[in-house]
Design a protein around this ligand. Structure first.
Ligand code: HEC
Length: 138
């Protein structure tokens, strides 16, 4: 009888510890999540500008994006704090997002969030400049 009890206790501990362990410890990819696939009209586009475009891109960012995304794009701008969902950390996002993804998102916005589409507000050149700047974020 004692022996059976012991086996049950051991089994219980094993089951509990299995349930408690997280599926993944990769917090960086969890924070960013799975990116949606880029629609055909944007797919495959790459930045036609060189990395020096980031100088102008920084100005575009300061004027249009910083209030929400924060000066370093960490999602900590003053306006961004009140939003749900909060703005993404662009420094993290840019390590996994392709040019066409960024160009699509910035042009068309993100439905269900406060991220508006900038097509028509910024020129294509300004959007590529701001992408060049986003590529410098750490
Ligand atoms: C009004 C606040 C606001 C402004 C201004 C703003 N954003 Fe956003 N942005 C957001 C929010 C909120 C999201 C959605 C975050 C999420 O999906 O979790 C977002 C999402 C994004 C994404 C896509 C993230 C993803 O998961 O796909 C990019 C890229 C981005 N913003 C870049 C910019 C750039 C560049 C500018 C300036 C031209 C800008 N944003 C201006 C609030 C803002």
């Amino acid at each position: 009888m004692k022996r059976t009890m012991f086996i049950f206790v051991v089994l219980g501990v094993l089951v509990l510890s299995a349930c408690g362990s997280p599926a993944s410890n990769d917090s960086a990819s969890q924070a960013i999540g799975t990116l949606e696939s880029v629609p055909a009209e944007y797919a495959g586009r790459t930045n036609p500008l060189g990395s020096d475009a980031s100088t102008n891109g920084a100005k575009v960012f300061q004027t249009n994006c910083e209030t929400c995304h924060g000066p370093q794009g960490h999602g900590d701008g003053p306006v961004g704090q009140a939003l749900d969902p909060k703005p993404k950390n662009l420094a993290g996002l840019q390590t996994v997002a392709s040019d066409d993804y960024l160009f699509w998102r910035i042009s068309e916005g993100k439905p269900g969030t406060s991220m508006v589409g900038w097509k028509g507000i910024l020129t294509e050149e300004q959007i590529w400049q701001v992408i060049a700047f986003v590529r410098t974020l750490k």
